[in-house]
Ligand binder design. Structure first.
Ligand code: NDP
Length: 392
């Protein structure tokens, strides 16, 4: 019987709260805290049992420390924004509670994400006997676990990995992002990057693309991007020769994005407007639909998985491990679209394994460093069943 503090009441926070509430035997008490308390209260009104809510500005370490001391949780699930990762980790260290998140730290003033800032907490978490689990959403998260599972059960060595993220859903809006617009647009407009034979190779943004026939969806055009799980998988998967990440985008989405970039709306530096300093991308976020509002009429499916080639007992082998998730079914269950759902369910499972002491560790971990089997088992149980196909 454990207490969990969830920080962030957006699309993902809502799913994590719903899913934790469905497992009272592990999460006996839940507190959902965020910058805007009305969002926490709305979610509290939808879940299956009473939870606590609180207002917190998680940029401020002492506010998080105060909240932790008041509620006294066993762990914090951070599903606010990447900007808050370090302040929440600092608060966990100060109060002696475990930590989990779904996206790595990124400084607000520069569109650059990398694990270094959080990996630097390794000694401090270890010294305190605490565990910090990084990137426990779908990608990063489940995709890393798919790789660890393949390494454990299917290969002696994995040589190439292509992580492929396809959203073939339709929300009926002209342009919207499926998770926080600011973080999403910063990620997509960056230069592409992949790793081959020990080197990082950069590409122009979204310049490399190809068609893939996604199971249960069909042909979709996917674009090479840099994504955070590449950084840790390069370290943790043995014998790797190449790893890339691909995401599908529709023509309509890309056209909107190009126009927004061309007119300067995706800039992250400040501009003066009517005597005020504003960041165009933050203003854009304010006028775009919230990811948590997209679920109601969303139709179609996602297919996210890892295509891996390698050798087993001297023979070459290729497998695809993937999950298919249906937007409308997610909405029926927890009033969310599939992107929030596929992120929130793994965060709940990771927290559950930590609280049950199935996943134990002292220090900072990426999910592929832990035993994938119990996690894979829980994915099937809690709404994200997976399939393995062997390719010729
Ligand atoms: P949303 O924008 O819907 O929600 C973010 C929430 O965090 C909002 O409720 C927001 O509050 C709150 N928040 C922002 N700043 C603060 C702060 N300083 N203090 C307290 N709360 C704050 O985003 P999503 O739910 O879509 O995404 C949440 C996280 O999940 C992001 O980090 C995203 O990168 C990650 N993610 C990971 C994925 C994966 O597969 N690994 C996939 C998708 C998302 P307010 O409402 O007041 O703005």
């Amino acid at each position: 019987m454990k207490k969990v503090l969830i920080i962030g009441a957006g699309g993902v926070g809502s799913v994590v709260t719903h899913k934790c509430a469905q497992v009272p035997e592990v999460f006996s008490e839940i507190c959902l805290a965020s910058r805007t308390i009305s969002k926490c209260e709305k979610i509290a009104g939808e879940v299956t049992r009473p939870i606590k809510t609180a207002r917190v500005n998680a940029d401020n370490v002492s506010e998080v420390v105060q909240l932790i001391n008041k509620f006294n949780p066993d762990m914090v699930i951070n599903v606010a924004l990447p900007y808050q990762d370090l302040s929440i980790m600092d608060a966990c260290l100060e109060t002696g509670v475990h930590y989990l998140d779904t996206a790595n730290y990124e400084p607000p003033e520069e569109a650059k994400f990398c694990y270094k800032w959080q990996w630097d907490y390794q000694a401090r978490f270890k010294e305190k006997g605490l565990m910090a689990l990084l990137g426990c959403g779908f990608d990063p998260g489940v995709t890393n676990i798919f790789c660890a599972y393949a390494q454990k059960h299917y290969f002696d060595e994995i040589h190439t990995i292509d992580i492929m993220d396809c959203n073939a859903g339709s929300h009926g809006k002209a342009f919207a992002t499926n998770f926080n617009p600011e973080i999403n647009i910063r990620e997509i407009t960056q230069r592409g990057k992949y790793w081959e034979e020990g080197k990082w190779i950069e590409t122009e943004p979204l310049s490399q693309h190809k068609t893939f026939d996604f199971p249960e969806i069909g042909d979709r055009e996917m674009y090479l991007m840099y994504h955070e799980e590449l950084e840790s998988l390069v370290k943790n998967i043995k014998g790797l020769k190449r790893i890339r990440f691909w995401m599908t985008f529709g023509e309509e989405y890309l056209t909107h994005l190009r126009v927004l970039q061309n007119v300067g709306m995706t800039r992250i530096d400040t501009v003066e407007y009517e005597g005020k300093q504003i960041v165009p991308l933050k203003f854009l976020k304010a006028v775009l639909p919230e990811p948590s509002s997209l679920g109601e009429n969303y139709t179609g499916k996602t297919n996210i998985g890892c295509m891996m080639k390698g050798v087993k007992s001297g023979k070459e082998k290729m497998i695809y491990i993937y999950n298919v998730c249906d937007h409308a079914k997610c909405y029926e269950e927890v009033k969310s679209q599939a992107i929030s759902y596929t992120t929130g369910v793994p965060a709940m499972i990771g927290a559950m394994l930590m609280l049950r002491k199935v996943w134990i560790g002292q220090g900072v971990f990426n999910v592929e460093e832990l035993d994938p089997d119990p996690f894979m088992e829980q994915l099937n149980k809690y709404g994200l069943p997976w399939t393995v196909t062997t390719k010729k």
